[in-house]
Design a protein around this ligand. Structure first.
Ligand code: FES
Length: 317
C-alpha cells in the first residue's frame, strides 16, 4: 500500500515503498528540480518538511555533508535522499522556478547566510536625541565626523557584548543580541551594552563635545525580547541579516518612548525580569502600543534628560 505525501499548494502524490520523495513527485508530474539527477549533490530538489518529519528516513551521508556546509535547518531535506515510511508527510518545494533557483543556489554558496528561522532575541534600538540642532549649526565635515565618533561608541559597546548591528537609519541604529547565546544572556548583554554606551557618551561629551563644540548629545535606548524571524533577504546587494516581527516594533516603540518618559533607557518588564543582575531602576511606567489594549509595562533604567527635548507624537508602531 502506498503512502501519500502532500506537496503544499500542488498535489497529494502516492509514494511506493522504497521510492524517494523526488521519484514520487516526478512520477506524479510535478516539475521537481533535480539538477544532479538525484545524486545528493546539487540541492535543487530540497524541500521544507512541514509535517511528518518522523516518517522520513534519517539524512543520508550526502545530506549530512551538505547540511554541514550550507547550514540547512533540520526541516530542510533533499527530496532525492528522503524516503517515506508512513502517511502524514507534508512538504513544500523550495525551488519552483528559475528565480528561486538563482536566489537559493547563489545565496547558499555563502555558508554564513541564514535561510530564515524563528529565534528568541534581545532587540536593541538607539537614537541620538538632539542631533538636528547640531547639524544646523555645524559644517558638513564636522557633522559626519562627529556622527562617526558616536557610532563608533555604539558599535564598540554592541560588539563587545556580542551584539550584531542589523540596520542604521539616520542618527540611530538597531541591533540584536542572542544570535549565539540563550535569551537570558542576550537580555543581560543588551543592557550592559546600553549602559556602556551611556557611560562612554558621557565621557565623550565632557572631554570632546563640550570643550570643542559647546554641545552635548543624549540618546534614547529601548530594549525588548521576543521571538522574531531571522534571515538574509539581500540578493547580491547585502549579506546583512534581517530581523522581523512584532517584538521588533515594540522595541522601536520603547526607544521612541524615552522622550515621553524622560528617561534615556527604557526596557520592557519582560526583558527586565530576565536579568540576573538588574541595574538600578528609577521605577516602572506604562506605555500604549498600537493594537494592544492594555498599557505595556516598562522599566526606566537610564537617566532623566539634561536637555529639553522637543515633544514628538509616539510613532504608529
Ligand atoms: S537532485 Fe541534486 S541533490 Fe537532489
Amino acid at each position: 500500500m502506498p503512502c501519500y505525501v502532500n506537496f503544499k499548494g500542488e498535489k497529494v502524490v502516492p509514494v511506493e515503498e522504497g521510492q524517494t520523495i523526488l521519484q514520487a513527485s516526478l512520477a506524479a508530474g510535478i516539475p521537481h528540480y533535480h539538477a544532479c539527477g538525484g545524486k545528493g549533490q546539487c540541492t535543487t530538489c530540497r524541500v521544507l518538511v512541514l509535517e511528518g518529519q518522523e516518517q522520513l528516513t534519517p539524512p543520508t551521508s550526502y545530506e549530512r555533508a551538505i547540511k554541514n556546509v550550507k547550514k540547512f535547518p533540520d526541516n530542510v531535506r533533499l527530496a532525492c535522499q528522503s524516503r517515506v515510511s508512513g502517511d502524514g508527510v507534508e512538504v513544500q518545494r523550495l525551488i519552483k522556478d528559475e528565480t528561486d533557483r538563482y536566489i537559493l543556489i547563489n545565496d547558499s554558496e555563502d555558508s554564513t547566510r541564514v535561510m530564515g528561522e524563528r529565534r528568541k532575541l534581545a532587540l536593541f534600538f538607539i537614537d541620538i536625541r538632539n542631533f538636528t540642532p547640531f547639524i544646523e549649526a555645524s559644517l558638513p565635515f564636522d557633522v559626519i565626523h562627529i556622527m562617526r565618533r558616536i557610532f563608533a561608541i555604539f558599535r564598540n559597546a554592541i560588539t563587545q557584548y556580542d551584539g550584531v548591528i542589523i540596520e542604521t537609519a539616520g542618527d540611530g541604529l538597531y541591533a540584536v543580541f542572542g544570535l549565539n547565546s540563550k535569551i537570558k544572556q542576550a537580555a543581560e548583554s543588551a543592557v550592559l551594552a546600553g549602559l556602556k554606551i551611556l557611560a562612554d557618551l558621557r565621557i565623550f561629551n565632557n572631554t570632546y563635545m563640550r570643550p570643542y563644540f559647546n554641545h552635548t548629545f543624549e540618546v534614547g535606548i529601548g530594549v525588548h525580547v521576543g521571538k522574531v524571524i531571522v534571515g538574509n533577504v539581500g540578493i547580491g546587494l547585502s549579506n546583512n541579516l534581517t530581523v522581523m516581527g512584532y517584538p521588533v516594533n515594540i522595541a522601536a516603540r520603547l526607544q521612541a518612548a524615552t522622550r515621553e518618559l524622560d528617561n534615556s533607557f527604557v526596557i520592557s518588564e519582560l526583558a527586565f525580569r530576565l536579568l540576573k543582575n538588574p541595574p538600578y531602576s528609577m521605577g516602572c511606567s506604562y506605555i500604549n502600543l498600537k493594537g494592544v489594549s492594555a498599557a505595556y509595562e516598562v522599566r526606566l533604567i537610564g537617566k532623566p534628560y539634561e536637555i529639553e527635548l522637543p515633544t514628538i507624537a509616539p510613532d504608529a508602531t
